[in-house]
Design a protein around this ligand. Structure first.
Ligand SMILES: NC(=O)c1ccc[n+]([C@@H]2O[C@H](COP(=O)([O-])OP(=O)(O)OC[C@H]3O[C@@H](n4cnc5c(N)ncnc54)[C@H](O)[C@@H]3O)[C@@H](O)[C@H]2O)c1
Length: 698
């Protein structure tokens, strides 16, 4: 039963019991309505209390229902709330833990509200590209005033109940109590029997300068959320609450909700919301899979990645032992970690006490024996298989039985690395992104023999350090870099055909990428790809890569770190200045290849780069490297700066329509008359199949 009905001292108590978040899906709404009818019909009942079982009152509507008939099936949320608001017996709602979205809207429709101290209260719909759709935008401003309501609705962020209760003149909470609010709610319900029933809809929104404030809100939102339609619609709805009658306001909210539901931005945001949760689920690793305790972590290598990786665990309160080969490298690594924390202290983001606690958890060492009691050891040494072999053999010798041995390698084969040990079942790839203490993505690389227990533990650890973990199989580049290679390759071909780096970057940044391919490459270091290409030239000579990349590296322009790359850089300034020298180099390369340069449109740039991601993504899916399309999208949203409002490359391809994507790919294949792009536009069989069967990727 999703809702329990009990009676206590002439009060009916309706308890939401629909774990994990007491969501207000169809069954729960039916049960709540039945409970209301029963209470109203029973002469032995004088009043009604609604509360929630478990850790939290209610996380909101069931968003899986959105866009399906179940969401509209009566009683829908709007009708249900109206029914409680119109109850002739007093309705008191008692909230605790989390009271969000539809849960808060239901509360706003009741006559009285009691909250446990510390309840997180929010209308987070804007985060999935919507406005609250069950009266929230109309009742909340009446309860707490125009400005606080606008802030909550436009940001979607939670506010603690006691802070809301402290707003002068507020009508949201009648009481804040410590602990379980049920007894207080029953007492209040009994006390209100026979009294006139207050309804938020009957109040007016008070503000001295509503017009000025709304104009200000509109401007601010316009500047901050230009790619997202929902925040502006939130302003429209709150404005209606201030200016119009309640019923008219509800109509405006309803229209905004329905219109936003159909936008690609909302579809993309909902896809990302579910994608984040889905990434944690691995098809053949059930949630009941046992996990190992991870209480102490080892990190090998205190370079760029090692230091950042260590910080993740220190931030989560876990002790870390960090190992280097020489005292000097160790000191340098520790100094970088300290400097990073000190800069957070200077910015007021970290207290000096916390800095001390975190550094206190870090033990530098040159001795492998210090790793003997670590539960998880992550290697981040030079990217050379010989070095990795030495390290993993040493780890195999010192690590305790059951310790998880992880590699942060970007390009090496994790199966090979596992084979250096006698315990390949305990070896896994943990591919962090730079800067490792900042970037949310973690690719969890499942090697052939990695045990399910180790995989499940890695996913749990990722959650603890607040990373978005996506499982990838073993292949060159894993999910993210294998795809980005095709994207960069197209960027190179476009240079040779007629574009310049700044044009390509600008087109991709207008599309919404955090950074275009050339600025990104300058940041990561152009020499990294160069080294990989040199290795490939020996191992896979058939791979064609535009030579313009090598031409640049031959001039020593490795990117920001050398003060010059695809762009020029000035000391102390990260701004990229277009370089005539690079332009000349690019044009000379076209000449050398005998290519007549042509004008290339931004549309072609975006299509070729993004469809190259889509095609490789589809191959990654068929190869079983990623288990679902949304995993690929999560990699791109959290690790590669793909615009969230486009939902990731796979979701974007669905939005454009796979038939259109395939047609464009065939057009580009036909245009590549001399076959320079060898294989780039060979459509992934999965795409062809999906188009033939009218299906989509996500
Ligand atoms: N830099 C990135 O953007 C990035 C991103 C993801 C993954 N990675 C991977 O992370 C690993 C490290 O990369 P990095 O950029 O931090 O390199 P780095 O050169 O900055 O650091 C490597 C560190 O390892 C130390 N080291 C070398 N051999 C060692 C050994 N035998 N024992 C202990 N320490 C040793 C070195 O002294 C150095 O401090 C590589 O496998 C790389 O592919 C790098």
């Amino acid at each position: 039963m999703t809702t329990e009905y009990t009676a206590r001292d002439k009060v009916a108590v309706l308890t939401l019991n629909n774990p994990p978040v007491n969501g207000l899906g169809f069954d729960t709404r039916v049960a709540l309505a039945a409970g209301l009818d029963r209470a109203l019909a029973d002469p032995a009942i004088d009043a009604i209390v609604i509360n929630g079982a478990g850790k939290s009152f209610c996380g909101g509507a069931d968003i899986k229902e959105f866009g399906t008939p179940a969401a509209l099936a009566e009683p829908n949320l709007l009708s249900l709330i109206l029914a409680f608001e119109q109850s002739t017996k007093p309705v008191v709602i008692a909230v605790h833990g989390v009271c969000m979205g539809g849960g808060l809207e239901l509360a706003l429709g009741c006559h009285y509200r009691i909250a446990a101290r510390g309840t997180q209260v929010a209308l987070p719909e804007v985060k999935i590209g919507l406005v609250p759709g069950a009266g929230g935008t109309q009742r909340l401003p009446r309860a707490i005033g125009l400005e606080p309501a606008m802030n909550m609705i436009v940001s979607g962020n939670p506010v603690p109940s006691e802070m809301l209760a402290a707003i002068p003149g507020q009508r949201l909470f009648d009481q804040i109590v410590d602990g379980d609010p049920l007894d207080a709610a029953i007492a209040l319900a009994q006390a209100k029997v026979g009294a006139p029933l207050p309804r938020l809809r009957d109040l007016r929104v008070k503000h001295d300068n509503a017009e000025g404030f709304i104009a200000f809100a509109r401007l601010t939102v316009g500047a901050m959320a230009k790619d997202y339609p929902a925040p502006q619609r939130c302003v429209d709805c709150v404005e209606a609450a201030a200016r119009k009658r309640f019923d008219e306001g509800i109509k405006i909210e309803r229209e905004a909700f329905a219109a936003l539901m159909m936008t690609p931005e909302s579809r993309a945001l909902r896809h990302a919301f579910f994608g984040e949760r889905a990434a944690a689920k691995i098809p053949d690793v059930p949630e009941s899979t046992p996990t190992r305790e991870v209480g102490k972590v080892g990190v090998i290598g205190a370079g760029t990645m090692g230091g950042g990786i260590a910080m993740n665990f220190l931030n989560a309160g876990l002790p870390v032992v960090i190992l280097e080969t020489a005292q000097e490298a160790l000191d340098r690594g520790i100094a970088t970690v300290t400097r990073n924390y000190e800069s957070s202290v200077k910015k007021g983001k970290l207290s000096p006490e916390k800095l001390a606690t975190r550094m206190g958890l870090l033990t530098p060492t040159l001795d492998y024996a210090a790793l003997a009691d670590c539960d998880l050891i992550i290697e981040a040494v030079f990217e050379e298989i010989g070095v990795k072999e030495k390290v993993f053999k040493q780890l195999d010798a010192v690590a305790k039985p059951g310790a998880i041995l992880a590699s942060n390698t970007s390009t090496l084969n994790v199966d090979t690395i596992a084979s250096f040990t006698q315990r390949p079942q305990d070896v896994i790839g943990l591919h962090f992104f730079s800067p490792a203490n900042v970037m949310p993505l973690l690719e969890v690389v499942r090697a052939r023999l990695t045990s399910k227990e180790v995989l499940a533990t890695a996913m749990k650890v990722a959650k603890r350090i607040r990373k978005t973990a996506v499982v990838s199989g073993v292949c060159d580049g894993f999910i993210g870099n294998r795809m980005i290679e095709q994207y960069s390759r197209q960027a190179g071909f476009l240079l040779e055909e007629g574009a310049l780096p700044a044009q390509i970057d600008a087109a991709m940044e207008r599309f919404g990428m955090a950074m275009g391919p050339f600025r990104m490459s300058d940041l990561a270091g152009n020499d990294i790809g160069w080294a990989i290409r040199k290795r490939r030239a020996i191992e896979q000579p058939e791979l064609s890569y535009p030579k313009v990349f090598d031409r640049l590296c031959e001039t020593g322009r490795f990117g920001q770190k050398t003060g010059a790359g695809w762009y020029d850089y000035k000391a102390g300034d990260r701004k990229a200045y277009p370089s005539t020298l690079v332009d000349e180099l690019v044009i000379a390369e076209s000449q050398a290849l005998g290519i007549e340069r042509r004008q290339i449109s931004d549309e072609e740039i975006v299509e070729r780069l993004v469809y190259a991601l889509v095609n490789e993504g589809a191959k990654i899916l068929s190869d079983g490297i990623a288990s679902k399309a949304s995993d690929i999208d999560m990699v791109y949203l959290t690790g590669y700066g793909f615009p969230v409002y486009r939902g990731g490359p796979m979701r974007y391809a669905d939005e454009i329509g796979l038939w259109n994507v395939l047609r464009a790919m065939r057009r580009y294949a036909a245009a590549d008359s001399n076959g320079r792009q060898a294989g780039a536009w060979e459509p992934a069989p999965l795409l062809v199949d999906l188009v033939a069967s009218g299906k989509s990727l996500t």
